[in-house]
Design a protein around this ligand. Structure first.
Ligand code: C2E
Ligand code: MG
Ligand code: MG
Length: 591
């Protein structure tokens, strides 16, 4: 750099470069008033200012520096900047930068830490200038002007963290997960490698949330987040992508089985009991696995397919893992279509009720009918409730659909009475969501009011699992129902795990023996024993018994001999549309 350039008074950034003599000389040339003025200015500027000689010895240290470092100027005067104020690991780099400044390569911005007297570190961003001696043309002093950016940096880092990590679990969030996934995908494409994506859903999360509260739910998620990384390698990514859903990216797997091993390890780990504030909880997890490149070539497909596989794993029962396959995809697509259509089915009037007669075994005549919903889909024809009720449950659509069933069953049965048919009990199935709904009693009351059906002609069918799930609450609801005069039956009895002590306390009037026991009642001694026991027990509890799924005369006679009260099944009639059901009543057949 030539002298002429160095002597220019100010550059475009406003940095003063011209200097005559050394700093001490300037100050001795000045009047006392000037010196005070300069000192005052140095001390009131909001920046840290350190002036040193070309060897780094400090000759000025303003008040801002004193406040920031807790050193007084007197303590540092004549000391070397990097020996007294820098972290060891920063010294080498600083010396390189400092040499550049002295060499005239300024202004040069540096960011580094200053060590304070009490050992703290403050992050400072410096802009540096050298001062020349005009006569010699040599650099004589270096002026470091710094701003303390420690707090700003912390805030920035915090923001950065919040944007990429989940604050509850401290795991990478959805954004960072997508980032890592797309990175893994790019890498795998380039090097022709396989990788796996594991979609993990906790099995008992909702139960913990509902019964122990959201705080415990959060605690469960936190503990899960701690356990998961122990099941994978450091290079794998575990992310929390929402609710009780976690995902794991396993980059560079050699064979598909590697992913299965990790899934097994995760399931095993999450099957161990969680201790939530003194409560021991058993949770477990369902895992869906998709593998690049066989299950998808892009992020969205791989994610969607691991999700589909996870649902499949859930359907197979708790604590399972499942690899994606294409057949699943077509099932999932049908399900998705079904769900979309189900939403519109009510307004399009696509539901109908079929009625299946129940026969009183002492008179042999029809005494009641069970209303069973059917979906008349314009494209798929009649869709069984077995297919769409679980979907309606999951989506919450069961509430309006269930209300429609109740209203229609009550309305049609009162119409039959008005048409001159003798009153018969009409049985309606309730789903778990309906039973838990706060509005259940009010809805039933309104419908009975509206239709003028006598409450004792309505019977609600609930499965064992629905009432046993929260037995104490069920007892309260059922009492309320009974007080209104409505009957309650336990459906599919024998399939669940009823506690007999509760059974005694439930205000119910009937048990329906599940048809799986009735099917082989005449040939399988176990089924015979179970049915006999259920009938005997019901009678001692003063409950009536209905046998479901009676298809043969042998079964009928067998049940009659056991003093079963009612029977229902294809032997008498399939479920029928209302018109045909009335024709069946008209025929007055006796069994
Ligand atoms: P469920 O309440 O146990 O109904 C009895 C089921 O057994 C009916 O199936 C009926 O058609 C069938 N069934 C009756 N007799 C025989 C027989 O002799 N042999 C055989 N193999 N099957 C027989 P469906 O109509 O397909 O209904 C299936 C299930 O769907 C019902 O089981 C019930 O849990 C549910 N469901 C039906 N309608 C409704 C509804 O309106 N609301 C709710 N929440 N669930 C419903
Ligand atoms: Mg039923
Ligand atoms: Mg049943």
């Amino acid at each position: 750099m030539d002298k002429e350039q160095k002597d220019s008074t100010t550059d475009e950034t406003g940095v003063v470069r011209k200097f005559t003599g050394n700093l001490e000389a300037v100050l001795t040339d000045c009047s006392n008033a000037d010196i005070h003025l300069l000192d005052a200015i140095l001390d009131i500027v909001g920046a840290l200012i350190i002036v040193s000689d070309v060897d780094g010895s400090i000759v000025r240290f303003n008040r801002m520096c004193e406040t920031t470092t807790n050193y007084s100027f007197d303590e540092l005067q004549g000391k070397c900047i990097w020996e007294s104020l820098l972290r060891k690991e920063d010294v080498e780099q600083f010396k390189v930068d400092f040499a550049k400044i002295v060499d005239g390569q300024y202004p040069l911005s540096i960011e580094n830490f200053l060590l304070t007297k009490n050992g703290q570190q403050r992050l400072i961003t410096w802009s540096n200038t050298a001062l020349l001696n005009e006569q010699s043309g040599q650099v004589e002093y270096v002026v470091l002007t710094g701003l303390d950016i420690t707090e700003r940096k912390i805030a920035e880092q915090r923001l950065q963290y919040l944007a990429h990590f989940d604050s509850l679990t401290d795991l990478p969030n959805r954004t960072l997960f997508y980032d890592r996934l797309s990175h893994t995908l790019g890498h795998s494409r380039r090097y022709n490698q396989m990788f796996a994506l594991l979609f993990i859903d906790l099995d008992g999360f909702k139960h913990v949330n509902d019964t122990l509260g959201h705080d415990m739910g959060d605690l469960l998620l936190k503990q899960t987040a701690k356990k998961l990384p122990n099941c994978v390698r450091d290079t794998d990514t575990v992310a929390h992508v929402g609710g009780d859903e976690f995902v794991v990216i396993l980059p560079f797997i050699k064979k598909v089985q590697d992913a299965a091993l990790v899934a097994e390890k995760i399931i095993e780990t999450l099957s161990e009991p969680f201790l939530l504030d003194g409560h021991e909880c058993f949770v477990g997890a369902s895992i869906g696995i998709s593998v690049y490149p066989s299950d998808g070539d892009d992020i969205d497909t791989l994610l969607k397919n691991s999700d589909i596989a996870m649902y499949q794993a859930k359907e197979r029962g708790r604590s399972n893992y499942q690899f994606f396959n294409t057949e699943m995809n077509s099932r999932a697509l049908r399900r998705l279509k079904l769900e979309n259509n189900l939403r519109k089915a009510l307004e399009r009037n696509e539901f109908v009720l079929y009625y299946q007669p129940k026969i009183n075994l002492s008179t042999g005549k029809v005494c009641a009918a069970e209303a069973l919903i059917r979906w008349l889909n314009p494209k798929h024809g009649i869709i069984s409730p077995v297919e769409f009720i679980p979907l309606a449950e999951e989506t919450g659509l069961i509430i309006p659909i269930g209300e429609w069933v109740l209203r229609t069953a009550c309305k049609e049965s009162i119409e039959w009475q008005r048409a001159g048919y003798p009153p018969i009990v009409i049985a309606v199935n309730l789903s778990v969501k309906q039973f838990r709904s706060e509005n259940l009693i009010k809805t039933i009351e309104d419908i009975l009011d509206e239709t003028q059906l006598r409450p004792e002609l309505l019977e609600l069918e609930l499965t064992e699992s629905i009432v046993m799930e929260d037995a104490e609450k069920a007892i309260k609801v059922l009492r309320n129902v009974r007080d209104k005069g409505i009957h309650v039956a336990i459906d599919d009895f024998g399939m669940g795990y009823s506690s007999l002590s509760y059974l005694k306390r439930f205000p119910i009037c009937r048990l329906k023996i599940d048809r799986s026991f009735v099917r082989d009642i005449t040939t399988d001694p176990d089924d015979e024993a179970i049915s006999t026991a259920i009938i005997a027990m019901s009678h001692s509890l003063k409950l009536d018994v209905t046998a479901e799924g009676v298809e043969t005369y042998e079964q009928l006679e067998f049940l009659r001999a056991l003093k079963c009260d009612e029977a229902q099944g294809y032997l008498f009639s399939q479920p029928l549309p209302a018109k045909e059901f009335l024709e069946f009543l008209d025929s007055s057949v006796t069994f």
